[in-house]
Design a protein around this ligand. Structure first.
Ligand code: GN1
Ligand code: MG
Length: 358
């Protein structure tokens, strides 16, 4: 789809409309992303419109990225960290008609995948996210602001689910009865999380918080991991956020949008590759408590995502865009199925983890 963006936005970055091809790209549910190709050289840039209903304080994103970029530039100057390209007056974002825009460099000869077709891709992606955490191990995470308050706070997500139960219509609740039961049955995952949260060796780290495969750029020829992208949710968090979201999104051959639940199964080679890639960077950084929670990270994130989809369904689809009426309920069903498959294979998965921790 060819598009025209408002010329004020383009001018802020020193571009004009005539000179540009613009297409919308990406499959994210939250921000809108465009690929710009300039002039005859077709030099490419990424332009993003930040969803301010979700990111209520976009300045926090810009501040976090600047602090991290400055740190990495000094400590690891060779590391490729994709920071925003400023507008002509030097600011990191452009504010126009109540919307925030930012531009990012396009990394040549890379691809961003929507689905994984080889375990090697899981290895490379997990290694990239692990590497970011490793390089930021000595960076003081408390300097960063949460870009979304309570984003991966499972207790808050459970409360939001309970509030939705109290305010939702009887008809929506009836349709979701099985998933509501699932949500309550799995509450032990929250209790387990809370029993760990105050341990002193379960630190806040700098987490990416959205580690799906499309957020890693791979070398287009070799699949080698090049860098991570989509840095809006970089903020302090627990390591289980990143590793857990990798398990949620790399292990099954089908996404959260798949409605044939018989297809929702964990693929062992992808599990092993994810663990191997992540631990190749983080094995010597994780604390004993964190190592205990490696498999739990999958349960924690899959359960949280199931709760989030279910809550949004009960609230009348206010957060996640849908293309048909019960899509958020279907997504919740899908995630509960994934959770049950993971849980039923705990023993063999834990054996793989132990093997790679040795
Ligand atoms: C959202 O828009 P996208 O796909 O990058 C969400 C993630 C969810 C994901 C589920 C800010 O991410 O937390 O895991 O959808 N991001 C936000 O598809 O809520
Ligand atoms: Mg995202």
């Amino acid at each position: 789809m060819e598009l025209n963006l408002d010329s004020e936005v383009l001018n802020a970055y020193g571009f004009n409309n005539e000179d540009l091809d613009i297409i919308q790209i990406g499959t994210g549910l939250i921000n809108r992303t465009y690929l710009l190709s300039q002039g005859i050289s077709k030099k490419k840039y990424i332009l993003q419109n930040i969803n301010t209903l979700v990111f209520k304080n976009p300045q926090a994103i810009a501040d976090n990225l600047r602090l991290i970029a400055d740190y990495l530039l000094t400590a690891y100057p060779d590391y490729l960290f994709i920071k925003p390209i400023p507008i002509l007056n030097g600011e990191e974002m452009f504010f126009f008609q109540n919307e925030y825009w930012r531009m990012l460099p396009y990394v040549q000869e890379t691809v961003s995948l929507d689905v994984l077709t080889e375990p090697q891709q899981a290895y490379e992606a997990a290694k990239q996210f692990g590497k970011l955490s490793r390089l930021l191990d000595q960076f003081d995470a408390s300097k960063l602001e949460p870009t979304i308050e309570g984003f991966h706070d499972l207790g808050l997500r459970y409360e939001q689910f309970q509030t939705a139960l109290n305010t939702s219509s009887e008809s929506l609740k009836q349709q979701a009865q099985n998933e509501i039961d699932d949500a309550i049955t799995h509450r032990y995952i929250l209790d387990y999380f809370q029993s760990y949260i105050l341990r002193s060796d379960f630190p806040d780290r700098v987490m990416h918080h959205d580690t799906k495969i499309s957020n890693v750029l791979l070398n287009a020829q070799t699949n080698e991991g090049i860098c991570v992208i989509d840095l809006d949710t970089i903020m302090p968090g627990k390591f289980i956020s990143d590793l857990g979201d990798m398990m949620r999104t790399y292990l099954c051959a089908f996404s959260e949008n798949e409605t044939d639940l018989n297809k929702i199964k964990i693929r062992l080679p992808y599990f092993e590759a994810t663990i191997e890639g992540y631990l190749s960077e983080m094995k010597h950084i994780l604390t004993p408590t964190e190592k205990e929670l490696i498999l739990f990270s999958g349960k924690y994130i899959i359960y949280m995502q199931a709760l989030r989809f279910l809550t949004d369904f009960l609230n009348g689809d206010k957060y996640y865009p849908t293309t048909y009426l019960i899509q958020n309920l279907d997504r919740a069903k899908n995630q509960f199925r994934l959770l049950s498959d993971l849980t039923s294979r705990e023993k063999e998965l834990q054996d793989i983890i132990e093997m790679h921790l040795d």
